[in-house]
Every structure is written in structure tokens, then in C-alpha cells.
Ligand binder design. Structure first.
Ligand SMILES: [Zn+2]
Length: 122
């Protein structure tokens, strides 16, 4: 499961940061996900709540997720803009993004595939 391995890697990263900085408890972690990273928020939260119990530092960590807009450029019609809705039927496949202007699949992602740990509150 995509969300589970992502939650695990976020967990590993924040615990190692906390260890390096001698932090006892992480109160809150703020993550930034791109719209095109295809992370399902509910599933991610569910997975994070499981993995966070593996460390005393993260047992009570509150998770906050911020979304980065997905921006697409079409190579056929030169459309460039934000895609508000990512088609759910592509979630299981390699992400393919259709131009909302001309329906072309020759598109380039300009932003929105990020999964970033934005900040930790300790
Ligand atoms: Zn187009």
C-alpha cells in the first residue's frame, strides 16, 4: 500500500530528526502533499496512527496535511493551469493527466507531485 510505506518513511525521517536534536516528543508534524502525489488523506492518517506507536517520541504526534496544487502544462495546446480534480480511476495506475482544455494526454507536470515534511513542532 502506497500510503503505508509513505507513512513509514515519514515516521522514520521525523524520528531520526528528533534523535539527532535530542527531542523527547514531537507534538505535531506538518506535511505537504502535492495533488498529483495521489495520497489518500484518510488512509494516510490511518497508517500514520499505526506506525507512530512504534516510538515514544511520536506516540502523541498530531498530523496536519497541507495540499499543494497540481499544475499541468499541455504540450499540444499550451494550456497551463491548476488541475483541481485528479481522476480517481487513475489512482491505481501510473498517473496520467489529461489536459482539461483539449483532452490530450501529452502533458507535463509542473508541480504537485511533492511529498514534503514541512515542519515539526516539539
Ligand atoms: Zn491541451
Amino acid at each position: 500500500m502506497h500510503e503505508f510505506s509513505l507513512a513509514q518513511s515519514v515516521f522514520d525521517t521525523i524520528v531520526s530528526i528528533a534523535e539527532k536534536q535530542n527531542v523527547k516528543m514531537i507534538k505535531k508534524v506538518i506535511l505537504k502533499f502535492g495533488m498529483f502525489a495521489l495520497v489518500q488523506e484518510d488512509q494516510f492518517k490511518f497508517c500514520f496512527d499505526i506506525v507512530k506507536k512504534d516510538s515514544e517520541k511520536t506516540q502523541n504526534t498530531i498530523l496536519e496535511i497541507k495540499w499543494i496544487p497540481g499544475v499541468l502544462r499541455c504540450l499540444d495546446c499550451q494550456f497551463e493551469g491548476e488541475i483541481k480534480k485528479v481522476p480517481q480511476d487513475h489512482i491505481e495506475l501510473a498517473p496520467i493527466f489529461k489536459c482539461p482544455n483539449c483532452d490530450s494526454f501529452s502533458t507535463e507536470v509542473l508541480s504537485g507531485t511533492e511529498t514534503i515534511i514541512d515542519s515539526l513542532l516539539v
